[in-house]
Design a binder for this molecule. Structure first.
Ligand code: ATP
Ligand code: MG
Length: 267
């Protein structure tokens, strides 16, 4: 199996806080990999370092045999790594289609001059982006929303739009940060199917998700992070029976119960 993404002793600190701490991890081509861990464990920071949002404090990120640790997000996206965000990042006043068209900008050659003077190249590339954009919307099943402002879309549709925009890059690997958050059960089922379909078409997928059932039914391999460190890696069965993983989640549940109790006391 060929490795597509590899992290070597990856660290990212914010001041004294080690948000990602010595993580070694490999993703093979064609896999669907899950990342789980309690709140604040460092999952999103891990994605942010892989995609160039933050440079690693130490350690390295390799993509298709190339050290990308010092690359900018645009360069990394251009190489074929796309992502979605835990806090949806859409242009709310632009239409659904316009949002997806932005995903193509890396592939297009239009300059400011072209767009001011509506040159032939501008018109050609606009047509290309609009056609491909619609194709991406159809791919995730939201073409009927093409002309609606992104800010007015139901939450689950916004999440799918983020995926469509990421697909516009023509990625080799897609990193999804809690894609099912805020979705209802039927939207979640559709999302599961979409991820499976994209994977069977050859896309490698890494997904951060809190919903254990979602991860267990989707992923062949799971990485568990707690306090920035990898505490376990393996099949869904292996990680759910791991003692350290159980402890991490039990701890989280206790914290949650204590929080609920506290809120109730102050109500
Ligand atoms: N830009 C930042 N500056 C300072 N601290 C940060 C920054 N981003 C994240 N952190 C801290 O790093 C730690 C890991 O955060 P991160 O968002 O990666 O966790 P997470 O596992 O994604 O959590 P959640 O499940 O809640 O999304 C947290 O303590 C967080 O407060
Ligand atoms: Mg997160």
């Amino acid at each position: 199996m060929k490795t597509i993404l590899e992290c070597k002793n990856l660290c990212k600190s914010f001041g004294g806080l080690k948000a990602v701490d010595q993580v070694n991890f490999k993703v093979n081509e064609g896999e669907i990999v899950g990342i789980i861990g309690p709140n604040g464990a460092g999952k999103t920071t891990f994605f942010n370092v892989c995609t160039g949002v933050y440079a690693p404090t130490s350690g390295e990120v390799w993509f298709e045999g190339k050290n990308i640790s010092t690359c900018e997000p645009d360069q990394i996206a251009g190489l074929g790594m796309a992502r979605t965000f835990q806090n949806i990042k859409l242009f709310r006043d632009m239409s659904t289609l316009e949002n997806v068209k932005l995903g193509f900008h890396i592939q297009l050659k239009t300059t400011l001059i072209d767009s001011i003077f509506h040159t032939k190249r501008y018109r050609r590339e606009e047509t290309f982006a609009a056609e491909k954009g619609m194709e991406m919307l159809r791919r995730v099943g939201i073409e009927e929303y093409a002309q609606m402002n992104a800010g007015n879309l139901p939450y689950g549709i916004q999440r799918k739009l983020e995926i469509a925009r990421a697909l516009a890059l023509g990625p080799k690997i897609l990193l999804l940060d809690e894609p099912a958050a805020g979705m209802n059960p039927s939207e979640t089922m559709e999302l599961l199917q979409l991820i499976r379909d994209l994977n069977s078409e050859g896309l490698t997928i890494v997904v951060i998700e809190h919903d254990m059932k979602f991860v267990m039914s989707l992923c062949q391999k799971v990485l568990v992070i707690n306090f920035g460190q990898k505490i376990c890696e393996g099949t869904p069965e292996q990680v759910t029976s791991n003692e350290e993983v159980k402890k991490a989640y039990l701890g989280e549940r206790k914290t949650e119960k204590a929080r609920v109790r506290k809120v109730a006391e102050h109500a």
